[in-house]
Design a protein around this ligand. Structure first.
Ligand code: CAA
Length: 278
């Protein structure tokens, strides 16, 4: 099936990033969120990123106009998903919210491939909320989406080969590198390793092993990564790690993470996490 219209559900950091790269690749994209303010924030982020690319000479001004003309923003689910060939869900990392969204989609669209950008919730379980588990797949992008090349394509227990192949081809067509995850395990390939690592660094802070700056510096020095674990935790969002901890069995329990979540110290997005980002 040819993919022409793509609906992206959720205009947060992930949804807006996905919408940007998909529109840059030439697809018509409808971005949907529940509130006008979320839509406006996502739209501004995309336009800022694209303007930066113009200023750096990476895209021309006519190209900028062409890309933005392919992006449509709405709070109306029907408008977003009606006639879509592919729906990519990027709503909060909570199983029930995601299931509810997919149930709504299935009432309005009978043909699209359904994809979830979940960080590690079960694709098989999410697919149960839909009328087409064989055409349901994980499509997991990394933050910041315009920069990170990898996309995990996750096969649920009922996902058929055509759907996996279509997802792989789509990921390639937007200039990203797909890796197929054959077994639907918590956290898939990357977050299965990454999230416990980040939460263990948080545990180091809780136990007073060292200051956040020292933990980050030690791991940066040793492994030459772009960010230490606590800076990366603030970047990814402590809410994302908290939700993972609540819903996956592989993540160590952390009181400090729960405290930060309850205090709305969620990292860069709230300007406060393990570091002060103001
Ligand atoms: N959106 C778009 N572009 C961005 C960006 C953003 N949010 N942040 C940085 N960039 C671009 C910059 O514009 C710059 O582009 P050019 O090369 O065209 O100039 C480029 O990225 C490099 O940025 P900077 O020079 O400003 O800064 P940097 O070299 O420190 O890189 C970074 C910033 C790319 C974020 C880098 O620190 C990095 O790779 N960090 C680790 C990110 C990571 O591990 N992400 C995965 C998180 S896990 C996840 O997402 C999965 C999950 O489910 C939890």
């Amino acid at each position: 099936m040819e993919i022409k219209k793509v609906a992206v559900l959720g205009a947060g950091a992930m949804g807006s990033g996905i919408a940007q790269v998909v529109a840059q690749a030439g697809y018509e994209v409808w971005v949907r969120d529940i509130k006008e303010e979320f839509i406006q924030k996502g739209k501004q982020t995309i336009e800022k990123n694209l303007r930066k690319a113009v200023n750096k000479g990476k895209i021309s001004l006519p190209k900028y106009k062409e890309i933005t003309s392919r992006l449509h923003f709405t709070t109306d689910m029907k408008e977003a998903v009606e006639d879509a060939d592919l729906v990519i869900e990027a709503v909060p990392e909570v199983m029930d919210i995601k299931k509810q969204v997919f149930q709504e989609v299935c009432q309005l669209n009978k043909k699209a491939i359904l994809a979830s950008n979940t960080s590690g919730l079960s694709i098989t379980e999410l697919a149960k909320a839909t009328d087409r588990p064989e055409r349901f797949v994980g499509m997991h992008f990394f933050n910041p989406v315009p920069v990170m090349a990898l996309v995990e394509v996750i096969r649920g227990e009922q996902t058929n080969d055509d759907t996996v192949n279509a997802a792989v081809e789509f990921v390639k067509s937007i200039g990203k590198i797909p890796v197929v995850v054959k077994k639907d395990v918590e956290g898939f390939i990357v977050n299965r390793c990454l999230v416990p690592y980040l939460v263990l660094a948080i545990d180091d802070v809780e136990k007073g092993v060292a200051e956040p700056e020292e933990i980050d510096a030690a791991l940066l020095y040793e492994y030459k990564m772009p960010m230490g674990p606590l800076e990366l935790a603030d970047f990814v969002g402590l809410d994302i790690l908290y939700f993972a901890g609540q819903q996956w069995s592989i993540v160590p329990k952390s009181k400090l993470l729960e405290e930060k979540f309850n205090n709305k110290e969620l990292g860069m997005k709230t300007a406060r996490g393990f570091y002060d980002w103001r």
